[in-house]
Design a protein around this ligand. Structure first.
Ligand code: ZN
Length: 325
């Protein structure tokens, strides 16, 4: 969730935005799926699935600064995001490729990833977060996370360059993911790392649920597979690692029973909170081992909920990935 100010958002009745393929810029597409007003299309040139057209408030990012801001600051969502287990997979991957330096988290929301990074490895990193949502940045600042406000694509960060730029669950929200990666590359030092996590269109959950899946919704403009995300990223970066992570059987069960009905923000946040509680429960330790094995198996098959790419810029300071913590 990101960009603000790039498009005219002052007209509530503005027509939806027509898009080219966000991966290859082709205008050749066929209908792929529909869920109420959300129309997904399939690119005839590269197979990318994306929303087309999209409401202007989502395309501009204005939604996250206005009506959408409350979700990210609801007590259940904050409790889940700030739980120590919330970013454990991301932190492990991140530490495996970036042991120290300057870190920019784009679409940082309430700042939870950077907060965890600083809590655990405080002296190793200098961190900055940015987001389209002003209220979320206010909260991040209240937790001690340094933030920069304004449109990411316009930001020069006072000439600063970074050892790492992270996009945790961000590129599925933006109308022009390619431009975001280009800007990230321009902000990275030679050999710097870019981390991208997005939902996996080929996940088990997505295959079982189709459009009943709660993550098929208007805020998600792009529906990547490992193939389409790799194609997008490889224009700017070398791919150091690609993996499939995360698995939430509670979402599958809940959405299967829900039959595709709209999930409210409260329900969304409550399920995240319950999932987080289960992950932290000592009583459920035997079940967690089974759950972890399932996630690893799905990940090895490319069927876990998300795709994560670790990217490097240029041919500079590239070293073999160090073992994760
Ligand atoms: Zn395409």
């Amino acid at each position: 969730m990101n960009r603000s100010g790039a498009l005219n958002t002052g007209q509530p009745d503005a027509p939806p935005v027509q898009r080219l393929c966000p991966v290859c810029n082709s205008n050749q597409f066929q209908a792929y799926a529909q869920k109420k007003d959300l129309k997904l299309v399939h690119c005839g040139a590269c197979s990318m699935v994306y929303a087309n057209p999209v409401q202007i408030s989502y395309a501009s990012g204005d939604y996250y600064n206005t009506s959408g801001a409350g979700y990210y600051l609801s007590p259940a969502k904050l409790e889940s995001d700030y739980a120590p287990v919330r970013f454990e997979r991301e932190l492990k991957i991140f530490r495996g490729h970036c042991r120290s330096g300057t870190v920019l988290d784009v679409g940082c929301s309430s700042g939870a990833f950077l907060y965890q990074l600083k809590q655990r490895f405080g002296d190793c990193y200098e961190v900055i977060g940015t987001d389209a949502s002003g209220p979320a940045l206010d909260y991040a600042e209240s937790r001690g996370v340094k933030v920069v406000r304004g449109d990411f694509l316009e930001q020069k960060f006072a000439g600063q360059t970074f050892d790492a730029v992270t996009f945790w669950a961000v590129l599925e929200h933006v109308a022009e993911p390619k431009v975001f990666l280009e800007h990230a590359a321009s902000l990275l030092k030679p050999g710097g790392r870019c981390f991208v996590l997005v939902p996996n269109l080929h996940s088990l959950a997505s295959r079982i649920l189709g459009t009943r899946y709660r993550y098929v919704y208007p805020q998600h403009l792009n529906y990547f597979t490992r193939s389409t995300l790799s194609r997008l990223a490889s224009e700017q970066f070398s791919i150091r690692q690609a993996c499939s992570t995360h698995f939430n059987p509670m979402v599958i069960w809940s959405d299967w029973r829900g039959g595709g009905r709209e999930i409210t923000d409260n329900e969304r946040a409550d399920l995240l909170k319950r999932t987080t509680a289960y992950k932290q429960s000592r009583l459920l330790k035997p079940i967690k081992a089974l759950y972890r094995s399932s996630e690893l198996l799905l990940g090895s098959l490319g069927l876990a909920d998300n795709i994560t790419l670790v990217l490097s810029k240029g041919e500079g300071r590239i070293s073999a990935p160090t073992p994760a913590d």
